[in-house]
Design a protein around this ligand. Structure first.
Ligand code: FES
Ligand code: FES
Length: 168
């Protein structure tokens, strides 16, 4: 069954007609031509399709477009506007990408991680969930563990996030 779907992406509203089973990832890439969100596994396991939904990271291969009509999405393309986001500059400075395929998802996830830190949200490795979590490498690794990089650029990615978060 097809439906008219309105999607808000990087500050622009788009109207598409698509099958109700269309994922946000396929809507972005195939209907809107926004290709910064990458299709890696298409099963919620690699993080390459991550974008921000109302500021929180989501795997768009697992999100239905028809259920996301009131959501404000921000993609890596959107973050790159107006000279780019500090996380993007830090990825460049720390050579935090190799082939670059997973990078847009990593960048969006990193922006979400830093926001989570800013709100004081604990993770599975936070020693004391009642205290403010500390932005150390272990916390960054745990929180970025849903984003896989087959090139192995992890060292640069952890350094880039740490720098923007102010612990280097
Ligand atoms: S493509 Fe969505 S998590 Fe891999
Ligand atoms: S930069 Fe190549 S998979 Fe991450």
């Amino acid at each position: 069954m097809e439906a008219e779907i309105t999607l808000d992406v990087d500050g622009e509203r788009h109207r598409i007609t698509a099958d109700t089973r269309t994922t946000v990832l396929d809507a972005l890439r195939d209907h809107l031509g926004i290709t910064s969100a990458k299709k890696g596994c298409d099963h919620g396991q690699c993080g390459a399709c991550t974008v921000l939904a109302d500021g929180r990271r989501v795997t768009t291969c697992l999100s239905l477009a028809v259920a996301s009509q009131d959501v404000h999405f921000t993609t890596a393309q959107g973050l790159a506007r107006d000279g780019g986001h500090p996380v993007q500059q830090a990825f460049l400075d720390h050579d935090a990408f190799q082939c670059g395929y997973c990078t847009p998802g990593q960048v969006c996830s990193a922006v979400g991680v830093l926001d989570e830190f800013g709100r004081g949200w604990p993770s599975a490795v936070t020693p004391d969930v009642r205290a403010e979590p500390e932005l150390d490498d272990e916390e960054i690794r745990e929180r970025m563990s849903g984003n896989l990089c087959r090139c192995g650029a992890y060292t640069g990615i952890v350094a880039a996030i740490g720098e923007v978060g102010g612990n280097r």
